[in-house]
Design a protein around this ligand. Sequence first.
Ligand code: GRF
Length: 199
Amino acid sequence: LNIGVLVSGSGTNLQSIIDACANGTVKGRVACVISNKADAYALKRAEAAGIPAIHIDHTQFEGRRSYDAAVVEVLRRHGVELVALAGFMRIITQVLLDAFPMAVMNIHPALLPAFPGLHAQRQTLEYGAKLGGCTVHFVDAGTDTGPIILQAAVPVQDDDTEDTLAARILKEEHRLYPEAIRLFSEGKLKVEGRRVYVR
Ligand code: GRF
């Protein structure tokens, strides 16, 4: 399986996917990494692993659709079959979704449908929820609304700050995202409407 990973930041989830491919858990390879930010540390991680690391600057494009068209071109050029959003801080359009039907995944640091959008861990704390967590889902046209593939919960502790909760969730993210990709790569994810079955 050729995986394309879209990033904007530090890329610890990217690293977990690279590692899962390297150790054979996922029978696939990260074919390219694309960042909208030139200084994303994730690009360094890609380079260190010998993976094409490509900066596509969103400020150089007219709108989201033309940006996504450029992204799709690079993904296609690298033979990508699954697109994994991993801390990619941009709203994507139908241009990307149409190019990779039911083959764009995202990880979100909350138990969806609770706390979509930005600062999910802060939202979790401020709401007073007793469980936080992460969700891997297929991406649809909405923000964090697509069919849920896997979730993992973690407790919220009384003395948690945004950072301590985020760290507890991130640990689960690094386990969950490669697992979802493994299931996809083995053809085990069956999507029926909103429901994703593992078979
Ligand atoms: C993660 O918390 C992910 O769930 C969210 O953005 C963060 C990315 O972290 N969408 P990293 O760049 O993978 O370290």
